[in-house]
Design a protein around this ligand. Structure first.
Ligand SMILES: Cc1cc2nc3c(=O)[nH]c(=O)nc-3n(C[C@H](O)[C@H](O)[C@H](O)COP(=O)(O)OP(=O)(O)OC[C@H]3O[C@@H](n4cnc5c(N)ncnc54)[C@H](O)[C@@H]3O)c2cc1C
Length: 302
């Protein structure tokens, strides 16, 4: 039995209609009377900036995700999406998914015939640590090995997969989904999960999606990010020390917090007392958050 550490992964990303998919939004806006003098590109940007979200529902985005089974419910909490998932009822947990059919890409981590590999997502703060030297990592691996050995033994004793799976660990990478989301919902997802308060695994996935969306729909560049960046005001008032500069251990520091950043974006509560954002020009803020997302997208780099 081999255990393989993998990173949360987004692949087979596709904006239906390609980089000109925004034309669909402009078309729908013109139905509402937006005059010809305004270019389609400007309409698309205006729709996002003014939060006229329903027009964005005409753009569909498709992708595949692999993540820990334990964190997958956080992803599924986003209800405005369609997804089909890997079945631990019908498939052995030692199988990854071969997504090479129907013209889609394989993951570069395919399994050789007959090979038995259990993929796991190690919590990011234990990444790179040597289990022989790190007590916590060793504890994690002992628990995983025990759990997987019991899973295997139950199946070889004739227990159905749908029963044996109850013993699988939280970190088992069988949270595999094929997703379809419209742009409105994806932007809502990104605005919530590109926040320093989101879990590390969700930030990693959201950052990959952010970078892929910017690559494949370049007109969106500079318009998306966390809620503070998008609206110039952040709803996360005084939660878990993030805004006061005293975040919980393992939380990254908010790039738009006053003390350590030149950019200050107020919370809704602060807005009435301290007023407008400071040092907040969109280009600087865009670069500050993108630098963060490039790191988060690479599992373990914080
Ligand atoms: C940092 C962070 C911490 C979190 N902590 C917790 C937690 O402790 N416990 C927990 O349970 N969840 C938690 N969540 C999940 C959160 O509560 C949402 O369920 C999740 O982020 C999905 O957001 P959403 O509802 O906007 O998205 P979607 O479900 O995709 O919905 C999109 C939008 O559609 C509308 N909508 C959807 N369904 C309804 C409805 N039934 N009625 C009215 N409008 C609707 C809303 O406008 C919503 O914003 C957390 C999320 C984050 C980012």
């Amino acid at each position: 039995m081999k255990i393989r550490e993998i990173a949360p992964k987004v692949w087979n990303f596709k904006v239906v209609g390609g980089e000109k998919a925004w034309e669909e939004v402009a078309y729908s806006a013109r139905m509402s009377g937006v005059p010809e003098i305004i270019t389609g590109e400007n309409i698309f940007r205006m729709i996002i900036e003014n939060d006229y979200g329903s027009a964005l529902e005409h753009i569909l985005i498709k992708f595949d995700i692999k993540m820990s089974k334990g964190n997958a419910p956080e992803l599924l909490e986003h209800r405005m999406a369609s997804h089909s998932g890997f079945s631990t009822r019908y498939l052995a947990a030692s199988k990854g998914i071969n997504a090479g059919s129907q013209g889609k890409e394989n993951l570069p981590i395919d399994f050789k015939e007959g090979e038995e590999i259990y993929e796991i997502i190690v919590p990011w703060h234990l990444l790179g640590k040597d289990r022989n030297k790190d007590e916590e990592k060793n504890k994690l691996f002992q628990a995983i090995e025990q759990s997987l050995a019991s899973y295997k033994s139950m199946i070889s004793n004739g227990v159905p997969r749908e029963v044996a799976r109850y013993i699988l660990p939280f970190c088992k990478a069988v949270g595999i989904y094929h997703y379809t989301m419209n742009l409105r919902s994806l932007l809502n997802f990104l605005s919530l999960r590109l926040c320093v308060r989101a879990s590390a695994e969700m930030r990693c996935i959201a950052s990959q999606l952010y970078l892929l969306l910017e690559r494949d729909l370049p007109l969106i560049k500079g318009l998306i990010g966390c809620r503070g960046f998008v609206f110039g005001v952040c709803p996360e008032s005084g939660v878990t020390g993030v805004r006061e500069g005293n975040p919980l251990i393992f939380y990254p520091v908010c790039p738009f917090r006053a003390k350590e950043s030149k950019i200050f974006i107020p919370t809704r509560k602060e807005f009435s007392e301290k007023g407008r954002p400071q040092g907040f020009d969109r280009e600087t803020a865009y670069r500050a958050q993108k630098e963060l997302f490039l790191r988060w997208a690479q599992w373990g780099k914080y």
